[in-house]
Design a protein around this ligand. Sequence first.
Ligand code: 5GP
Length: 205
Amino acid sequence: MGADFTFDRHGIVFIVSGPSGAGKSTLVEALTTRFPELDLSVSYTTRAPRGAEADGREYRFVDAVEFVRRRDAGEMAEWAEVHGALYGTPRAPLDDAIAEGRDLLLDIDVQGARRLKRVYRDSAVAVMVFPPSWEELERRLRDRRTDDEAAIARRLARAREEADHLPEYDYFVRNADREEAAARVIAIVLAERARVSRIVVEPAP
Ligand code: 5GP
């Protein structure tokens, strides 16, 4: 009887992007439920907390001065301006997770995804989530009743710009049915974890 293989692997940075109304947050929730060990990266933002959002949980809420100070000190792996506010991903938790073989989940926009793919290369896996059609996206945005007509038009225009970035992504998930889409993102995580290129087999004793 041979001994078990001893193997290790590097951590993976899973990026999920998509327009508001794509159902991203439900998919992120499905992933963290299925993979409780998958930590969510907590970004810095200069926007104000919404609803029940808590500092340090959804975001680290900072003012523009602190944001710029941390960014200029090299504390952010990427940053971007989205809807007039600044957002940035803390660098240390990403580097630590990759080195320690832990996976992280990031909900960031197309600019951030492009930057992290450039920096982290194969350690970053980017998934674009989109509703099944432009009509459905518009319907979902209206049904939320959180935006006026001008805001809906802005979000639709931004969604069209985001779609142009699809070639920079590794996977596309069409979110028509929540269960089906959740099964797809779960399959992506399982398959990426199993890639031979990520596995470090310990030498036989
Ligand atoms: P919200 O303010 O609605 O939470 O997020 C607005 C947008 O900012 C979303 O598209 C979200 O993916 C993006 N976002 C959140 N955190 C970051 C970040 O650290 N970096 C980048 N580039 N985008 C982010």
